[in-house]
Design a protein around this ligand. Sequence first.
Ligand SMILES: [Zn+2]
Length: 684
Amino acid sequence: MKRTTPIESIRNVAASLLMLSANLSFAQSASHPLRIIHPLSLEQVRVSDQFWSPKLKVWDSKTVYDVFDKLEGKYEPDRKDLIDEKAKLGRTRNAFLNFDWVAQGKKNTGEHDGPPWYDGLVYETIRGAADLLVEYPDPKLEQKIDGYIDRIAAAQAADPDGYLNTYTTLVKPTQRWGTNGGDDKWQHDIYNAGMLIEAAVHYYKATGKTKLLDVATKFSNYIYQQIGPAPKANVIPGHGGPEEAILKLYWLFRDEPALKAKMSVPVDENHYYTMARFWIENRGNYGEKDGSHARKSDESYNQDHMSVFTQKTIEGHAVRATLLATGVAATALENKDDRYVETANNYWDNMIGKRMFITGGEGAIADGERFGANHFLPESAYLESCAAIGSAFFSQRMNQLEADGKYIDELERVLYNNLLSSVSLDGSHYFYENPLVATDHKRWAWHSCPCCPPMLLKMVSAMPGFIYAYDNDAVYVNLFIGSDATINQKGNAIRIRQMTQYPWKGESIIEVDPASSKAFTVNVRIPGWAHSVENPFGLYHSKVSEPIVLKVNGKAIPVNPKNGYAAIHRTWKKGDRIELSLPMQPRVITPNDSIQTINGKVALASGPIIYGFEGVDNAALSEYMLSANTPLKLTYKPDLLNGVNVITGEAMDKSAKAVSFTAVPFYTFGNRGVYPYRVWLPKQ
Ligand SMILES: [Zn+2]
C-alpha cells in the first residue's frame, strides 16, 4: 500500500512495538502523554438543566421533524435558488425519492434530487434522531425513521453488491467511489457510506433494531472488498468523516460479538478497523513508483497534499479537515500509535492556537470553505456551522485521548456560541455561515446545501454523553449541565448529580454518591477563562479578578487546576457534595497582536458566552468604541430571548459622547428581526 522509506519502516516497527503495550491505560507518546478516559453512554445520563433542557425539547419535538420534513421536500423555499428551482420543477427536491428510484431499478437516468450528499444528510439526521430517542423516547419518531429505513434498505437491495449511493447510481453509475474519471469529492460515495454506518450504529444502540445495521454492514463488506492496498482500488473518502464512522462499526461488533449472528452477511470487524486506518494513512499516497495503484491527489482541499503524519497544520475544507482530524484522534484511542497522536495534536494546536475565531468558528475563507492562513481571522469570515461543530467533535475526542480540560474548553466554546447561533430559538431556521459582523444576515428555512441542521442535531443529541467521563481511578466533570448520571467504575456504581444555572450563574453543585464508600478522584474542570487563560496558546487574552471557589461538604479546598482540572482525591461516600463557583463577571477579550484583522479591537464575554452588539438594542452601533476599562454590568433578563444575561455599559460614539450599550449573547442574533450586528468593537 503505502510507499515506505527505511526510516518509515523503522517507525512502523516502533509503532507495532508500541501497540504491543497498548493495553496499558497509560501510554507515553513522544511529547503527548496519553491518558485515555471514557465518555458515558447516553443511557447513563439524564439531562435536567435550566439552559439546555428547554432547547433539547425544541430540537427533539420540532427540529428533528422539521429537518426530516424538509429533506422530504415539505417546505416553502425562502431562498432565491430554491424558489427558482421550485418554479422550474413544480415541486421541491425530496431526498427520499432518490432511494425510491434506485429501489425501482433506475440507473443512469441523470435525475437525482438535491446534492450528491443528500443521502448522507438523511443518515446524519437519523443518527441525531436516534441519540435523541435515548433521552426522549418517541414512538412516532421511531416509526417515521423505520419507514425511511425500509426505503433505504429497498434501494440497497436493488444492487447485487450492496452498493448504495443514489447520486452515483442515478447519474454516474460507472464511476463508483469517484473512479473511472469521477470525483468522490463531489460524488460523496464514501462520505455517504460513513454517515450510513454511523446512523446504523447509533440507531441500533438507541432501539436494538438491526435493519439499518444490516444495510451498513453489507455495504461496509463491499467497501472492504473493493478499496485498499493493491490490487484493490486506491480510494480515500472525498470528504472526511467515514474514518471515525467505520471505526465505530468495528467497536460495535468487537464489543457485541453476538450481534454478528443477526447480520445477513459474515462479519469480520477487523476489516472495518483496517479500512479506517487505510483511509487515514493513504492520504498523500497517489500510487506506486511504477505507476500502479494510481489516483489523482485531492490536494490540501481534502487533506491529501501529503501523508497526514507529515501535516503540521490543519488545511483545506474546514468540515472535511475537522472530521478527518476527529477520525485520527478516534483511531489513536484504539491504536495509541505515536504518529496518530502527534498528528491529532498538530491539527488541534494549529486550529485552536492560530485559526480559531472567538466564537469557536473555524474556516475563515468562503472560497473552498477553507481554513485561512495562521492568524487570518477577519470579522466577516465564513465560519460554516458544520466546521465549528466538527471542531467540537474533534476536541471531545482529544479530551478522551489525553484527559486534558483544555479540549473541553473549546468544545464548550462551540456549544454556547457558534453551534447555538446556527439554529433559531424556535428551532426551525438555520445559519450556514456565522460571521462576527453582518448587516443583514438571516437564517433560512432550507438551503440547497442543508448540511448544517443535521450536523447540529448530531452534536446536541450526543452532548449528554460528554458531560462526564471516567477511567479506573477517576471521574471527570467536563460540562456544567444539570444532570443525573451513573458511572460504573470497577464494579462500583457512582451516581453523580449536578445542579446549576450555568451559564447565567457560576455556581454548580455536584453530588457524588458512590454505592459503597471508596477512594477515587473527582476531576472538576476549571475552564481557562475562569483564571484568565482565554486561549491555551495566547491567541486571545482576558482577565477576571473574582476568584474560583471550590468546596467539598462546605469546606473550601485549593483549586490549583492541573491539565484543566481541579483534582479532588478522597474517600467518597454517599451524600458528599462539591460546590464550584466560577467567576461569571463580564470580561473584555483582546486578540493577540499577530491577528492583524482585529488589531485594536475588543470583545465581551461572560463565562462561556461570547457577547455582541445587535442593532435592535444599539442604534449607533456602527460608531461604537469601547474602553477596555469600562465598567460592565451583567443582568439576567428572563423575558428576553428565552432568558439571557445581558451586559450593559457605556461606549463612545464618534463625537466622543458616552452612549449606553446592551450586549446580548452572540447565539441570539437574528431572533428579533434582521439587524446589523458585531462582536468586535474598536478600542477607545
Ligand atoms: Zn454545513
